[in-house]
Design a protein around this ligand. Structure first.
Ligand code: 0O2
Length: 225
């Protein structure tokens, strides 16, 4: 496909035509399906890198610094919502240029130390480019949310080209993941808004989970002595 044809296709609005739903686009638009396949490849590349690191640590230190790795591809409805919020059109070009989290990888570790060890080892790899970092562990969000976020660019190698794809990686401990998953579940209940008292209660739970991480770290240090 020539660059001009590709550019024209990539800039075409993905808005549903008459009688066509977003689900139809998701299932039938060839170029959209192709772009999503590229994002899936990026997730596979990144997931493999973490699996390799986990394997290596397991050989060297007889323990796994990663408990679980989850991946998710953003659905078209969420993509549309996010582009609308940013005032961008729903085109493939706008998706690639404006969204960093179409491919999402979550790495869950037992200890806070593990989060930073794994994140650092990952960034040392010479095909990974860090685009942005947000450390909500060091600086938790006002609601208590904690996690380390990276936006990275990773190459995927196709038969005739190399493409750089963006992905969002969230690193958390098991305790942080528990809090974030439950908070997310509550927040996304339909027709539901937190009262101040509930938000305060959630913040207290986040502080408890932080305390739990700190106590577990201390226990681990005692075991190492
Ligand atoms: P989903 O469905 O989880 O993907 P940006 O992508 O930079 O434009 P933002 O909001 O500045 O958007 O990014 P940020 O703060 O790094 O947060 C991105 C993701 O972190 C969110 O994705 C959530 O997954 C998670 N997150 C951030 N804050 C919270 C929080 O308070 N509670 C929980 N449970 N998760 C949080 P999305 O797009 O919101 O949703």
């Amino acid at each position: 496909m020539s660059e001009e044809t590709k550019d024209a296709l990539w800039s075409q609005p993905l808005s549903p035509m008459e009688g066509q739903t977003l689900e139809r686009i998701e299932q039938e638009s060839k170029e959209y399906i192709r772009l999503m396949a590229y994002y899936r490849c990026a997730m596979m590349e990144i997931e493999t890198k973490f699996r390799v690191l986990n394997e290596e640590y397991s050989l060297e230190y007889d323990r796994n610094p990663i408990s679980t790795i989850k991946t998710r591809l953003k659905r078209l409805t969420s993509i549309r919502e996010k582009l609308e919020k940013k005032g961008c059109p729903l085109t493939l070009k706008a998706i690639e240029e404006n969204l960093n989290d179409v491919a999402g990888i979550r790495v869950v570790c037992p200890f806070v130390d593990d989060v930073y060890t794994i994140a650092e080892a990952f960034l040392k790899q010479d095909d990974i480019t860090l685009i942005r970092q947000k450390d909500y562990i060091y600086n938790p969000k006002p609601n208590g949310y904690r996690s380390l976020h990276f936006i990275v660019e990773v190459p995927i190698f196709l038969s005739h080209e190399k493409r750089l794809m963006k992905a969002e990686i969230q690193f958390r401990t098991i305790a942080m993941d528990f809090w974030a998953s439950v908070e997310h579940e509550l927040r996304y209940k339909k027709d539901f808004t937190f009262t101040d008292e509930m938000a305060q209660e959630l913040l207290k739970c986040a502080e408890m989970s932080s305390e739990l991480d700190a106590r577990m770290d201390k226990l681990r240090q005692r075991l190492r002595q």
